[in-house]
Design a binder for this molecule. Sequence first.
Ligand code: ATP
Ligand code: MG
Length: 433
Amino acid sequence: MDNRTHATNAVAGETATVAGWVHEIRDLGGIAFLILRDRTGKLQIKFEKDEMDDGLVETGLGVHRESVVAVTGAVEEEPRAPTGLELVPDSVEVLADADPELPLDPSGKVDAELPTRLDNRTLDLRKPEIKAIFEIRSEILRSVREYFRSVGSTEINTPKIVATGTEGGTELFPITYFGQEAFMNQSPQLFKQLMVGSGLERVFEIGPIFRAEEHNTPRHLNEATMIDFESAFVDHHEAMDVCEGTLKAAYEGVAENCTEELDLLGYDGFATPEGDFPRLTYEEAIERINATGELDEQLVWGDDLPTEAEKALGADVGGHYFITDWPSEIKPFYIQDYDDDPQLSKGFDLMHPQMELVSGGQREHRYDELVAGFEQQGLDPEQFDYYTRMFKYGMPPHAGWAYGVERLVMTMLGLGNIREAVLFPRDRQRLSP
Ligand code: ATP
Ligand code: MG
């Protein structure tokens, strides 16, 4: 299919055809170099002007930066070349010429602002350190999938065009569906719950979610990729175990399989989370936050945690941790409350020291309690009949959670903006490309 030799696989003494982009041309007078770049790295192509065919020299050195070329010739050892090898060309074929005016410099010598980079993502991802982020993202997804399969979870795909929202009426993108109002799905929550009551029992999904968040923040997107998990016959603590397992699997996969990418990103020792993640109750969390003295106003029971509170607690804990036993009022209707204390829910969040990564919980699987929960949150249970009805036909106790892939990439690599972790971000300003 692609029988060229990659830049870093060239072997001295062999004839090879390499193909890639013209990274740079260095003309030293009698001798000149074309630096060819492909996805593995770079290779020096040497032109000795007096000893070579004029046409060949003209083609090889006349080509604009970032053009795509295929070069065939002998690979030779050259200690002065960056890779210790160089190729002496017999032929140079220009496969695609590049405009000399580039909107972005892939060699990285000229810095570009994020909007320019996002407008020209193709060129942006020619930079090895940007490409590395997406190689790592791919490895995270691979490791997480493998972990899910190891715990007997089945990958599912659920609709993204839906009739109702799951997190209330806000933050929904309406669309027209053959003349009828419909929405882009905010979360696969209800569908994955329907599947734990099916013969599948334990499921996961990796797919897009859409949220019409009005605000523009460094950690919110309007389209994100969510990793969702849901399992029958587990409680919220067992769901947290799986959550912790996937997260560690992702870090370990990256540590093991992305050493070059981590080098490119400047890591000197990449730390994978060790030990069990602490599980603080919400009550302990607010006490600890108040004790840090970082907040202007003390938190009281029932408050949601503002960003400064999450950061203060994150600095105090110093690693990933769970917050459990949230007030029922600030968790959605589908989360189960403690029977002996209905003010308290079995919802949990997994926190990275910088921000929330995951929300989950034990779900309400009892029909009457579920319908009552809808009413308490001001939602019309009739609208959710397709969902609640299945709770009448044998819905097992179950629990689950969800996290955003981009938040995971962002926190793992310490990226300052979530947009760095997605190829083509959707936000208030950006609908194209
Ligand atoms: P936050 O409070 O940080 O806005 P949330 O509590 O509204 O998040 P959930 O509904 O709990 O989000 O979604 C589960 C997870 O999905 C979050 O913990 C986060 O990792 C991710 N997520 C949610 N909304 C977004 C978004 N707009 N952009 C990127 N990731 C998101
Ligand atoms: Mg949440």
